[in-house]
Design a protein around this ligand. Structure first.
Ligand SMILES: NC(=O)c1ccc[n+]([C@@H]2O[C@H](COP(=O)([O-])OP(=O)(O)OC[C@H]3O[C@@H](n4cnc5c(N)ncnc54)[C@H](O)[C@@H]3O)[C@@H](O)[C@H]2O)c1
Length: 450
């Protein structure tokens, strides 16, 4: 009988004695499903296997080799995460920063040296082919996510892929299919919606799960930046639909969509949206700096939205109001949300990221009011591993936390979140907003959208 699943295999070998290993490949079982003997392979004199669903360690030598594709903004943030996560958290595996891949030898070699990667590659396929790499970290623009993530999963490597998952629903569906198939073999995939791992956000999720807000009726979310408010700011890949998929909508609106679906634990089922491109021609990029850079004399055409506004209905009946823009003059990275429930409310603004505002409608009347919680207590999510109370965390810590959670999930054989299916759901919402905007803001359902 050929059985597929995860098994604890006990090997008795004549050279090293008895050892336990977890395997997640089809094994020829010579007994009833669950317990039996397996082909012991070279070097072993006998072997038995127990079905042990939910537990798998892919790390036969106790290490996890990482290969990262892309070394820009996210490459830097993820490198910081890979470096600091094992230094501050007890991880079940030793992380090896094995290789980083880009396209330019000189630049990728410099990035490897700067951020602590052992080697540099000029083609992401070299990461997939490498035997010493167990996990692929996708930090490239959206147009390459589908190819890299699927190749990695099919090669049996875990994947963390930056958001939005893909540039289209069709791509995201293929990725989610590949992730589901890989999970059957104990190979896992996660989307990099990093804001879920900000401690104040973790606390918000905890309060909601404890029922402190009661039924959530209304959701307000804004993601406001201003780095494109200057009409002479140059073109980058983020302004090219073929590379980015969409503009403010997918770049930052995707975070707001994921966050609110995650916190409410309810999918957005229909939307009415409007998209606007205020500046349609921009100078081409001469030299990159931060999200933007130095302009050249040539101009190019912007093919994505500068701003997205939409109204949404959630599956559980809540109503949502959203705004995503890179033209909100004076707002730098104001990712804000407020959820109003029948028993309480929460509010968050990333520009004050260590703080969560909480309103408990059951408080005595004379002390009713939003309370400002400094989410830096050791009991708050992830905080205990860092600094003493009141010594705030920053943007980069969420990247450490998503790595900590992912590595723990891999070792425990637990499917990580956000899953590729959750990334696909966000992609459907993005596509529905685009379709709605193209049809005079008509209400558009997210189910079945392509
Ligand atoms: N989680 C977050 O909050 C967050 C924040 C910013 C960006 N992102 C996402 O991260 C991804 C990367 O964005 P970024 O801001 O780091 O972009 P970036 O332009 O700073 O870096 C992109 C990197 O990818 C490399 N690259 C591009 N195409 C490649 C290819 N085919 N093969 C190998 N390398 C390639 C570039 O050389 C560069 O090193 C995007 O999907 C973006 O949406 C997520």
């Amino acid at each position: 009988m050929l059985a597929e699943g995860r098994f604890r295999v006990r090997l008795v070998t004549d050279t090293v004695g008895t050892s336990d290993a977890f395997v997640a490949v089809p094994y020829e079982l010579h007994a009833q499903e669950g317990v039996g003997s397996v082909d012991p392979g070279a070097g072993a004199v006998s072997a038995t296997a127990d079905r042990d669903e939910g537990v798998r360690v892919a790390l036969s030598d106790g290490t996890l080799g990482i290969g990262m594709a892309g070394y820009g903004f996210m490459g830097a943030a993820h490198s910081q995460g890979w470096r600091s996560a094992p230094a501050f958290f007890d991880l079940p595996a030793q992380v090896r920063m094995t290789a980083v891949a880009g396209r330019n030898q000189e630049a990728v070699s410099a990035a490897a040296a700067k951020w602590g990667w052992s080697r540099a590659e000029t083609d992401w396929r070299a990461l997939i082919d490498a035997d010493d790499i167990d996990l692929i970290d996708v930090c490239t623009p959206g147009d390459s996510h589908v190819d890299i993530a699927i190749a990695a999963l099919e090669a049996g490597k875990h994947v963390i892929c930056e958001k939005p998952l893909a540039n289209s629903v069709a791509e995201a569906e293929r990725m989610a299919d590949a992730a589901r198939a890989a999970a059957e073999r104990g190979v896992f995939a996660m989307v990099g919606f990093s804001y879920r791992r900000v401690p104040a956000v973790g606390l918000a999720k905890r309060l909601i799960e404890e029922g402190r807000l009661g039924r959530i009726r209304q959701v307000r979310a804004q993601y406001l930046q201003d780095w494109l408010a200057d009409a002479s700011a140059p073109m980058t890949w983020r302004l090219d639909k073929s590379l980015a998929g969409s503009g403010a909508l997918g770049d930052i609106g995707a975070h707001a969509i994921d966050m609110t679906q995650y916190l409410t634990d309810s999918p957005i089922t229909s939307v009415s949206g409007v998209l606007e491109t205020f500046v349609t021609e921009r100078p081409k990029l001469a030299e990159r700096a931060g999200l933007s850079g130095r302009a050249s004399d040539e101009t190019g055409t912007v093919t994505v939205d500068d701003a997205a506004l939409f109204t949404a209905r959630f599956g559980d009946g809540a109503l949502g109001q959203f705004e995503a823009t890179r033209m909100a003059t004076g707002r730098k990275n104001a990712f804000r949300f407020e959820l109003s429930g029948e028993r309480g409310a929460i509010a968050f603004d990333f520009e004050d990221m260590n703080v969560l505002w909480f309103y408990d409608a059951t408080d005595p009347e004379e002390t009713l009011g939003f309370q400002r919680i400094l989410a830096t207590e050791p009991s708050h999510p992830w905080v205990g591993a860092w600094w003493p109370t009141g010594h705030g965390l920053g943007y980069e810590h969420a990247f450490s936390h998503q790595i900590v959670d992912f590595v723990n999930d891999i070792a425990a054989g637990r499917p990580p979140r956000p899953s590729f299916d959750e990334g696909l759901q966000v992609q459907r919402v993005l596509a529905a907003i685009e379709e709605s905007a193209a049809n005079g803001s008509a209400w558009t359902t997210t189910e079945g959208i392509r």
